[in-house]
Design a protein around this ligand. Structure first.
Ligand code: EZ4
Ligand code: CO
Length: 401
């Protein structure tokens, strides 16, 4: 089953997406997400210049060999651009294999380990009232888990807080600059969670994303101060290049830790997993080398009591979401799946079979991934340059965003 064609499709139905479509000699096609927020064209060029030419003529059924060829064969391994490109090929090949076999991809991954994929929604508010009412909205929709992000008094804007609009941090072509103050944040956040727990009681799972803003000892203090509110996880408490930094956080708090949305390979999380320094690993299909490599990460995690918690923001396309759901429903150590619904424009460009029902997402029973791209419609939404913001401390020092 030779590959005869591969198309790289860049479109912007509300936000930018890069999609790879692979076609075989018998006319079966598969799709893979290659979107890297704010760096879309770098991945599109990597695919067009260095990957598509070597795909033509290869057997689409040898998924593992293709992965090794694109990873080891490139010499320059890893990194978000390379691994998003590898992921797109891998995802498209799983889609093709499922279609050829006539089964949804989760069957090829070992079948169903659960009835549905528990998801968490994003609630935010610049005031306590706004926040509580957004959380109520998710509870009414049946969500069992909610990520809680709050404005901080004295800061004009805070990541993750969208004021009623759909949250989309990549905006201007040149990055917007925001101001950050760790002291104000550390002082304010425990009050927010005190209000939320008092209002919703112990049943609702609560999560919070620190977005790489703290040092290990600051994160340890935050984790301790949030213990009374029993969070399900504290996400990205510190930048994770220094994996041993998590030891310090671990020594001080029982608040569970989640990390990994910017990870690209099993090596990025190896120490965090094998030393049991985190509780949830948030790597994704698109940014961590596709279904093949993500499964490898989650299998390593399983033997160290670490569960999955895949990133699922709107910059990961419906193709990535579909692929994630097949993995989520199949693996033994699934934890939670992030879910931010896409815009109506995006959903129309990417027709899909997955569906939300009572707090769960279901991958559906369509052979393959159950998602496609409407290329004609995609063509009516041309690429628009958009960058993620940068962050500075009040004295002007550049900080992690
Ligand atoms: O900032 O997806 O957990 N979710 C997040 C996201 C990320 C964006 C980056 O592209 O942290 O909102
Ligand atoms: Co995050």
């Amino acid at each position: 089953m030779r590959i005869t064609e591969a198309r790289v499709i860049v479109c912007s139905p509300g936000r930018n997406f890069v999609t790879l479509k692979i076609v075989t000699e018998d006319g079966v096609s598969g799709v893979g997400d290659a979107t890297l927020n704010g760096r879309e064209l770098a991945v599109a060029a990597y695919l067009r210049e260095h990957v598509v030419p070597v795909l033509i003529g290869r057997d689409a059924r040898n998924i593992e060999d293709m992965w090794q060829y694109l990873y080891k064969g490139a010499y320059w391994r890893r990194g978000p651009v390379t691994m998003s490109a590898v992921a797109a090929v891998d995802t498209a090949l799983w889609d093709i294999l499922g279609k050829v076999a006539g089964v949804p991809v989760y069957r090829l991954l070992g079948g169903r380990s659960r009835e549905g994929v528990t998801v968490y929604g994003h609630a935010s508010g610049s005031t306590s009232d706004a926040l509580l009412s957004e959380i109520s909205h998710y509870v009414r929709l049946g969500y069992r888990a909610v990520r809680v992000q709050s404005g901080v008094p004295g800061l004009p804007s805070v990541y993750g807080v969208s004021e009623g609009r759909a949250y989309e941090p990549a905006s201007a072509a040149v990055p917007v600059e925001s101001v950050w103050d760790t002291d104000r944040y550390l002082d304010h956040l425990p009050r927010v969670f005190a209000d939320v727990r008092a209002e919703f009681g112990p049943g609702l799972k609560l999560l919070h994303d620190v977005h790489h803003r703290l040092t290990p000892i600051e994160a340890a203090r935050l984790g301790k101060s949030l213990e009374p509110y029993a969070l399900t996880w504290l996400e990205d408490p510190v930048p994770a290049e220094l994996q041993e930094g998590f030891r310090l956080i671990r020594q001080h708090t029982t608040t569970p830790l989640a990390v990994g949305e910017v990870f690209n390979s099993i090596w990025d999380c190896r120490q965090l997993i094998t030393e049991q320094l985190v509780d949830y690993i948030r790597a994704t299909v698109v940014h961590a080398g596709g279904i093949t490599h993500l499964r490898r990460i989650f299998d390593l995690a399983a033997i160290y009591h670490v569960r999955s918690g895949s990133h699922g923001a709107t910059d990961l396309s419906p193709v990535c979401m579909a692929a994630a759901l097949h993995v989520d429903v199949a693996i033994p150590n699934f934890g939670l799946q992030e879910y931010m619904p896409h815009s109506a424009e995006t959903d129309a460009v990417f027709p899909h079979g997955y569906r939300f029902e009572g707090g769960y997402l279901h991958p559906g029973e369509v052979p393959g991934l159950g998602v496609d791209i409407d290329e004609e419609l995609a063509g009516s939404y041309p690429y628009r340059a958009a960058s993620l913001p940068v962050s500075r401390l009040t004295d002007g020092t550049l900080h992690s965003w």
